[in-house]
Design a protein around this ligand. Structure first.
Ligand SMILES: [Ca+2]
Ligand SMILES: [Ca+2]
Length: 385
């Protein structure tokens, strides 16, 4: 199937559009990251061909490289372990095949968790998302294939971790968080676990999933795989059918079977997911992370969606590299909830050890604690990049 990846004609017609504002097309210098030693990581980097999405020789559908993972490799299994999956265009040359740096994202997430007094370990899941940032959408579409094919790898890691903890009689919980296209990795992993005999025999569960700004179609959490057919009006809507790469699914059954609580944190103000030249153009649908689930679909009983548009600071630089985040240009005005990268939090460009805002991570931790996230007040309510 990979050999037959065809760029739809109308995507080619899109050459007149530009994906990125001109200033972000410039190859920026190296992103700055905070030195943190070697925090826990699961890497599937260099497993896939970034130009075709095919698995590279020497790798298989479930292999992964762990580093310093608690319980699995070092020390005891913690009471809970968080796995964070980053989104598209992470690690690489800024403006060419990257917008952000994975170690910085994982570190910023740890800062935001610590800010909310959450002390269990966070393991970063780093995948081949540094496909080309290209006008015709080829890099975007290859990244979707790679994201889906990382699901069985993430699933294998979770299974190995849970098995190891069980063998040592150490109770543990797994909590998953994704940002942006990382949602596709997690949904695919849930599907793998749902059909895994060992997982089901042991009656394992994922304690919670949080999708932050999910870049998947707004009906992919449906429990009904036939929802299009059973909803005749959608038969006439291109957005509901548009899947030339064969990556989209109805993941609701897997969510129902595998996860105890499934949260979709969405933000109608999100200027990246809301950009008409990005998700809505390449996928011809509304992303789940923009307005929540499509109306009328059958969502799993564990599905909870929360509008977090009032939770991310009106700042244009979440990673603290002194450059505006996508899709902002210098001089752009940014309001509350506008910055897609800010879900994870905002790092102070002047001091990388300081967190300016925890984004939507306060909602994540309050969900885990069964408490209510505190109201935020930002003043001023807009800033200029
Ligand atoms: Ca839809
Ligand atoms: Ca930035």
């Amino acid at each position: 199937m990979r050999n037959s990846v065809i760029i739809p004609i109308f995507i080619l017609l899109a050459a007149m559009f530009t994906l990125l504002p001109s200033s972000t097309m410039v190859a920026w210098g190296q992103t700055t990251t905070t030195a943190t030693g070697s925090p826990p990581l699961v890497s599937t980097r260099n497993n896939f061909n970034l130009g075709t999405g095919e698995l590279l020789r020497g790798h298989n559908s479930t292999d992964y490289m762990p580093r310093n993972v608690p319980g699995l490799q070092v020390g005891q299994c913690p009471k809970e372990m968080v796995v964070l999956v980053h989104g598209i265009w992470v690690d690489g040359r800024i403006g060419v095949n990257a917008l952000e740096d994975s170690s910085e994202i994982f570190d910023r997430a740890r800062m935001s968790l610590a800010h909310n007094h959450y002390t269990n370990p966070l393991v970063g899941f780093s995948w081949d998302s540094n496909t080309a940032i290209s006008i015709n959408g080829s890099g975007w579409n290859i990244a979707k294939l790679i994201a889906k094919d990382n699901g069985p790898k993430l699933a294998q890691f979770i299974l190995d971790y849970m098995n190891t903890c069980e063998q040592h009689n150490q109770d543990t919980k797994i909590r998953l968080i994704s940002h942006s296209m990382g949602a596709r990795v997690i949904l695919s992993a849930l599907e793998s676990l749902d059909s895994n005999q060992q997982w089901n025999r042991n009656n394992f569960k994922i304690a919670s999933v949080h999708l932050l700004g999910a870049a998947v179609d707004d009906e992919e959490v449906s429990k009904n795989i036939l929802y299009i057919v059973k909803n005749p009006t959608s038969l006439f809507e291109l957005p509901e059918w548009f899947d030339p790469y064969g990556v989209k699914s109805a993941y609701g059954k897997a969510i129902e079977d595998v996860v105890l609580r499934f949260y979709n944190l969405y933000d109608p103000q999100d200027k990246a997911l809301g950009d008409p030249k990005l998700y809505q153009f390449y996928d011809q649908d509304r992303p789940l992370g923009l307005d929540g689930a499509q109306r009328g679909i059958a969502v799993p009983s564990k599905y909870i969606q929360i509008n977090v548009q009032d939770k991310t600071a009106p700042l244009c630089d979440a990673n603290g590299d002194s450059r505006p985040d996508f899709p902002f240009d210098l001089g752009a005005e940014v309001g509350i909830g506008d910055n897609h990268a800010g879900y994870i939090g905002f790092r102070d460009p002047a001091n990388h050890n300081i967190l300016l805002d925890d984004g939507a991570m306060n909602v994540v931790v309050s969900n885990w604690n069964n408490s209510t996230a505190t109201q935020k007040h930002f003043s001023p309510e807009t800033t200029t990049c």
